[in-house]
Design a binder for this molecule. Structure first.
Ligand code: UDP
Length: 452
């Protein structure tokens, strides 16, 4: 069997880089070489936040431009998608040709993020086969898969808008809960984003679905039987988690945009078991000042220890009355380690799919505060279908008030059913990556296929 060199290409966002990096590290553990391609912008951040230098013999970090200038706003999805599509395919082709002409290992296979599906065109031009990995839920995969049908059926128009006649709940895939079309991710991108450009970008990616030999997804069958049975080609390989065994490639923290503040782990060691509320809203979410104030003052009200991630790019200020005396605030946490710590009681999350998978894998009940995109659907799925979390009600000003936060923290921590369902689900999810588990077997099959 040969040693395959796999080129891995994430969409340039933290919630995409992390699962694709974990998959890459697993490929290395299974005897593959990996060339991991970030955008130049992200590559600088990733290298800058790494605690130790990376041994590049098996996993090499490289980069290509994303088409934006250094000061452009990369949180503007329409701008980013437009630039990616105009620039990256040519740059990727050049990168692969350079690797080949330098006499380095030839790229034998491409694993692209589902939302970088255009990369498979580049692969097919160069005679390289490819796979897609969906870092989000299988439901998201099903949604993208069905976009052409949704347009044909007149449920959405090609601008990403809803047609007037379809303001009713629809079923995208057998076995999935009904979705309010208003919950579609591209309608929840915020007012400033041009949905037409984002939808067009996603359509360009889904057009390449059939070029992929494998459709992988960071999920498990127990979590999402509906979408997985409706599209049997989607193969679950989740949960994609880092390992705590230092001899494994997955134990290394590579790919973070910000340096992890490890001081929160010793702080957690000092807290009673099952006492701490962990509060983190992923890599993208921003609050307006009023909502930030309510959140901060709510954390004072709950009167229990909390660990709160407030990123460096936060633009709000702490309200004057905020004490935070029971809490610890960090600008970026080693989230997977945090969630596996016995002191954690509950996770207040924005419902990004990675955060959800990491929470579920540790049996931690979820308080769901979605912000945009697929997070809105994820929240509904967690609260109404899996029943391992609670959402928040907004007050008349559209805010989650400090009292509402206090109420829901009390409610979730005293709900024994949520607690026991979370633990049951944890066992089911984690069995997937134990010996003989379905996701592990799927990954083994994939690697065997790569090596043939
Ligand atoms: N994360 C982290 N430290 C933090 C906050 C988040 O390592 O302080 C990681 C988290 O473990 C997850 C990713 O960042 O893997 C966020 O992905 P997710 O899909 O949850 O949200 P997104 O950032 O895409 O909105």
């Amino acid at each position: 069997m040969s040693i395959p060199t796999v080129l891995v290409l994430p969409y340039p966002a933290q919630g995409h880089v992390n699962p694709l990096m974990t998959l890459s590290q697993k490929l290395v553990e299974h005897g593959c070489k990996v060339v991991f391609v970030n955008s130049e912008f992200d590559h600088k951040r990733v290298v800058g936040s790494m605690a130790e230098q990376q041994d590049e013999s098996l996993l090499k970090l490289v980069s290509i431009p994303d088409g934006l200038g250094p000061d452009d706003d990369r949180n503007d999805l329409s701008k980013l998608c437009d630039a990616l599509l105009n620039t990256m395919p040519t740059m990727l082709e050049k990168l692969i040709e350079d690797i080949h002409s330098n006499g380095d290992n030839r790229i034998s296979f491409i694993v692209a993020d589902l939302t970088m599906g255009w990369a498979l065109d580049v692969g097919s031009k160069l005679g390289i086969k490819g796979a897609l990995l969906c870092p989000a839920s299988a439901a998201f995969f099903a949604l993208l898969y069905h976009v052409p049908r949704l347009i044909d059926d007149g449920i959405i128009d090609s601008d990403g808008g809803l047609t007037l006649t379809t303001k009713k709940k629809i079923l995208i895939s057998q076995g999935m809960p009904e979705v309010d079309p208003g919950d579609f991710f591209w309608l929840n991108l915020g007012d400033t984003i041009n949905c037409k450009i984002v939808l067009n970008y996603l359509i360009q990616c889904t057009k390449r679905l059939n070029l992929a030999e494998w459709w992988l997804c960071n999920t498990t069958y127990e979590l999402e039987p509906g979408p997985l049975s409706s599209i049997p080609k989607v193969v679950p390989v989740g949960p994609l988690l880092r390992s705590y065994d230092d001899t494994m490639a997955t134990a290394k923290s590579i790919g973070q945009y910000w340096e992890e503040d490890l001081s929160c782990m010793s702080w957690l060691d000092q807290q009673p078991h099952g006492s701490v509320l962990y509060v983190a809203f992923g890599s993208f979410t921003h609050f307006d000042q009023n909502q930030f104030n309510e959140l901060a003052l709510g954390l004072d009200l709950i009167n229990r220890p909390f660990l709160w991630v407030v990123r460096q790019d936060n633009k709000t200020v702490y309200p004057n009355e905020f004490l935070g005396s029971k809490g610890k605030i960090v600008s970026w946490a080693p989230q997977q380690k945090v969630l596996s710590h016995p002191a954690i009681a509950c996770f207040l999350t924005h419902c990004g799919w990675n955060s959800i998978m990491e929470g579920l894998s540790n049996g931690v009940p979820l308080l769901c505060w979605p912000y945009f995109g697929d997070q809105i659907y994820n929240k509904t799925y967690i609260c109404d279908e899996l029943k391992v979390g609670l959402g928040f009600d907004q007050d008349k000003n559209g805010l989650v008030s400090r009292m509402e936060l206090e109420r829901k923290v009390d409610q979730i921590l005293t709900d024994e059913n949520i607690k026991s369902r979370s633990l049951e689900l944890k066992d089911k999810v984690m069995n997937n990556i134990a010996k003989g588990g379905q996701s592990l077997e799927n990954l083994n099959r994939f690697v065997k296929w790569l090596k043939e």
